[in-house]
Ligand binder design. Sequence first.
Ligand code: IVH
Length: 682
Amino acid sequence: MIASDSSKWEQAARRAKELRREIIEHRKRYYVDDDPTISDAEYDLLETELRRIEERYPDLASLDSPTRRVGGEVAEGFDSFRHPTPMLSLDNAYGAEDLLAWHQRLVRTLDQKEPALMVEPKIDGVSIAVHYRDGILERALTRGDGETGEVVTANARTIRSLPLRLLEAVPYIEARGEVFLPRAEFEALNRERARADEPLYANPRNAAAGQIRRLDPRITASRKLDCFFWDLGVFEGTRPSTHRAALAYLRELGLKTNKLNRLCNSVDEVLEAWEDLRERRASLGYEIDGLVVKIDDYALRQFAGATSRAPRWAVALKYPAQQATTRVRRIVVQVGRTGKLTPVAELDPVLLAGTNVSRATLHNEDEVRRRDVRVGDVVLIEKAGEIIPQVVAVLTSERGDDSPPFQMPERCPECRSAAVREEGEVARYCSGAACPAQLRERILHFASRSGMDIQGLGEALVEQLTAAGLVRDIADLYSLTAEKLTELERMGEKSATKLLAQIDDSRPRLLRRLLSALGIRHVGERAARVLAERFGSLDRLSRAGVDELEAVPEIGPKTARAVRLFFDQPVNRRLLDRLVAAGVKPIDEQEPTASPAPHSHFAGKTVVLTGAIPGRAREETKELIQSLGGRVASNVSRRTDLVVAGADPGSKLDRARELGLVVVDAEEFERLVAEARAGRPA
Ligand code: IVH
């Protein structure tokens, strides 16, 4: 008996040690690297298991156990600052039963009937504490390890909804809240990263964590982080007596609080709110992972108290993770435009977070090996944010004996060229210069909306064009003719003419679009814009040295080298020459701050366009104005600085005249453009 008890203890001790090591590792990946490798649910399981062992064998609960920690770790590269009071965590409840248990304990402790409870959406972001002195933003801190946070004031200043000055000059106030990335912004960010061949963020929370902790705030500024406040911290003044009043006060000061917060008088009401919000969750515009339920009355909170980790007066009522199980039918390997091979699991279709899912990315061969995903396996998949579902675990107990491990092919599945994995790379790349899959992806990328925006050029058509040998590279698009096109199946004369017109329209495009469309490694939409603004013309950019490129803000050494390499390759030079010969005409740009001002009539102006400018597509005219520092508005108002009236202007012109605004015709417009470009009167 004794022997078996001690061996159980030994077993538990071993397991606890193992769990601690794993937990510490995953916490670092999550908090410091912003690159978790397991889902939150999987992480919670590890922590719960460790906590259970420590409850059962209290002598195993060492003081440095990760279960005693409050938050993450403080990363290097930031100053740190001690929180005036620790930023605690929350205990989780996973449904009605857990919530009732929490509530009963609370009612017992308080010796009270039912305390009023504030119920708030639990924003899936990163917590932040902001300190204001005399109403001015003094610092912003991440949670860090709960005791000490990282000073991220410069980044926080870029959050538009965060006031730099409060509406009242309160001597000293701390507010705590959640910084998050709205879903639309998250998707845009990942699209950009995918194009620049950078790893995707798994979900909006990781993206927000990554953005708020960028060392270069200029990058944060480009992203629209947002923030909701959920707590009044230290406050020099008379403290309100309820949380509800405190939130109202924060709002009065100009700090944003969530409009969906509501007061509930019973657990039933809380559960109703939980259901209510579950239905609205998908349409919220930001991610939530449950509700936070808190006692409203501060005096009662005091009474309920807290452990060193979490308050007893609050609980997080979480929604089940967006996960489902299904079976892997096949593992296919896709070839991207850079030749990168990506293994993808084709699944038995399953409903997940409202959509039918039949594919999940497996990222790369290391990832497949790590998870050991095999054909026929039952897998747990998760929709992290709105992006492609991921396989989070394999239910190996369901696996038959005869399933072989997946082998990444050593040849490109499309062109059979060697698929090579370079040292230090996680991916294999197809080495075939003429790989049809790469070609198709390159053309699709070239024609995409953020590239040259050739609308009629979809997947099916690109497949036809390349298979028929009509398009062997992107420059061939511009030598297509109606005769050639009508030879294709399902291509009538009308569609051919339309496509040709769309291709033709794409000849004049802003330099940034062409750069992004070319698919230069590491050059996504953002880098393309920065480069276009800095160098102005294709010619100047193509002559820039690595040092010169690297000196451009936001352009790192990898991108600088990739750009240089691109222009150094004779094939690429030939391709550019052919594009230019085919009439592709990148519109030169100017640095927005580098003095288009003296002679740009557009700099800082609000411009309205009406009617057509001969020889320019509408979109092009708009982009041109923007590149010269102007803002294009769609309607005429008193705030309009300039109206450009081309051929057949609409009623906007009448309205402009009524308001006595400055109106220029197409000819005058071209003169102003030439002037702005030359930086002097034309
Ligand atoms: S109250 C004592 N309210 O959830 C801790 N937290 O899992 C008080 N969170 O660290 C937290 N929305 O970062 C609170 N409306 C909300 C919240 C919220 C999101 C986060 C917060 C906290 C984490 C705990």
